[in-house]
Each structure stands twice: as structure tokens, then as C-alpha cells.
Design a protein around this ligand. Structure first.
Ligand code: MN
Length: 260
């Protein structure tokens, strides 16, 4: 095979028949982090301080020190993030083969369901319904759950915490098993703060999507945005975490190449 297909991609981007879509939210001190019950250690949000800014500490240059939890903002979950994936081969940010970081996207739109029920869970029946319209989810595809949640730009509305914990959409455990084992997706991506539903700490098992996906060596992408700019099929997602040695995850820039 020649490089014709890659040249066609470049031409498509130049001519505007293809577009690059940024699926990444801005990352800063205001970026919300996941809330856990108080007996668990919290993850710090991002703090940033200037090392120098064209001043006595560095007259011609500007740079910052940043500190943040690996799972802050738009970020990648590696299999080692969860106890079920801790002994798998190539399970950390630095050892995942790069081939696995590029794949086709299957986008399931449940925005209307979530608008009326923030605790909406994707079920196998909804996946069947999507496949009847768009074809079977291919092995190695990213399953992206379009919920509209990224439109909640207010941090409080995004986290949506109540007295009984956060309320946000996610996956029915049966759907996670179907996607990981029967469809062999590379991972799932969501618009919410994590790949499990807000109430998933109360599920059996707790946080089933993390438990099932990472136990099967699959990845997660959280806090995605602009999924409404992707077709149900036909786009490619590139999601490459920082090569943190032994890293459980990392903030990243997620981009898609899609028909314009
Ligand atoms: Mn995470």
C-alpha cells in the first residue's frame, strides 16, 4: 500500500472536506475534579505558578510549574488505574502500545434521555438499537457516549452533587460487559467527570465500568466535549496520554478527524 490514503487525508483537511475536532475541555485551576466519599483521598485539581515571566527570574522566557492529579479535566484512564487491571501487561501510560491510541469512533447519542434523567445508564438494548441503524461496533473502536453533559460549563452543574452523591449518566454494567467482551472496544469516552455514572459507587460491583473495562485491558476517556460535532460513525479519534512512567492516567488533548 502506498501513502495515497494519508495524502488524501491531508488533502481533505486542506480542502475542508475533513475537519479536526477538539474533544478536549480547557484545563486550568477552575477545572472540577471528581468528588469521593470523605474516607477516600481526594485528587487535587490543577495549581499553576510561574517560574518566570520575562522578569528577573528569566528575562526572556515564560514558563510555569503545574501540579495536578493524573485524572484532572479531559483525561485518559489506563488499565492500571483499577485493581482489576493492575497485573495486565502494558497497562500503564508509558507501556501501552501507541497503535491502541488511534481508532474509529462510534458515537451513541443519548442526549435526550439524559436531559430528562441525569442518572441515565446506557443499556445493551440501546447499543443493539444503535447497531441496527449504524452497524456493529468494530473491535478496536472507541465507544463515545454523547450525553450533552459538557454543555454544563458551570462546575457545580457539571459535578451535580446532591446529599446522596453526584448524579450524572454512565453505563449499565451489562453494557460495559457487552462493549468490553463481546465488542472488544479499545475503550469508552464520556462527557462526564469519570467513566462511571455519578451514583456508581452504590452499584454492584461499585464503579462497574472501571471494574469491567480496566479488567479487560480497556481504556477510558473522561470530560470530553464537542461530541455533537462527530457523526455516529466515520471519524477517527487520536487519544495519546503523556508517557508518565507507571502512570495510571493523564490529562491529554483528544482530537478527532471527521467528515466536515
Ligand atoms: Mn479517571
Amino acid at each position: 500500500m502506498t501513502s495515497t490514503v494519508l495524502m488524501q487525508v491531508v488533502e481533505g483537511l486542506s480542502r475542508g472536506t475533513l475537519k479536526v475536532v477538539d474533544l478536549t475541555a480547557p484545563l486550568g485551576p477552575a477545572t472540577p475534579v471528581i468528588g469521593l466519599p470523605p474516607m477516600f483521598a481526594p485528587s487535587p485539581g490543577l495549581t499553576m505558578e510561574a517560574i518566570s515571566r520575562y522578569d528577573a527570574k528569566g528575562p526572556a522566557w515564560y514558563w510555569n510549574t503545574i501540579r495536578l492529579g493524573e485524572h484532572t479535566g479531559t483525561h485518559f484512564d489506563a488499565p492500571i488505574h483499577w485493581i482489576t487491571g493492575k497485573d495486565l501487561p502494558d497497562n500503564a501510560c508509558d507501556t501501552i502500545p501507541v497503535r491502541r491510541l488511534v481508532g474509529p469512533a462510534c458515537v451513541i447519542d443519548v442526549t435526550a434521555d439524559v436531559a430528562s434523567n441525569p442518572d441515565f445508564l446506557l443499556t445493551p438494548a440501546r447499543i443493539d438499537e444503535w447497531e441496527a441503524a449504524h452497524g456493529r461496533i468494530a473491535a478496536g473502536a472507541w465507544l463515545l457516549l454523547r450525553t450533552g453533559w459538557s454543555k454544563r460549563t458551570d462546575a457545580k452543574a457539571f459535578v451535580n452533587a446532591a446529599a446522596d452523591g453526584p448524579h450524572s449518566p454512565g453505563f449499565d454494567p451489562r453494557a460495559s460487559r457487552m462493549l468490553a467482551h463481546d465488542r472488544d472496544v479499545v475503550g469508552v469516552g464520556v462527557e462526564t467527570i469519570g467513566t462511571d455514572a455519578g451514583q456508581a459507587g452504590t452499584f454492584d460491583p461499585p464503579f462497574p465500568n472501571h471494574t469491567i473495562m480496566h479488567g479487560a485491558g480497556k481504556f477510558g476517556l473522561a470530560s470530553l466535549c464537542n461530541l455533537d460535532q462527530l457523526p455516529p460513525t466515520g471519524s477517527i479519534v487520536i487519544a495519546a496520554p503523556l508517557k508518565i512512567v507507571g502512570g495510571s492516567g493523564s490529562p491529554l488533548r483528544v482530537i478527532a478527524i471527521a467528515p466536515a
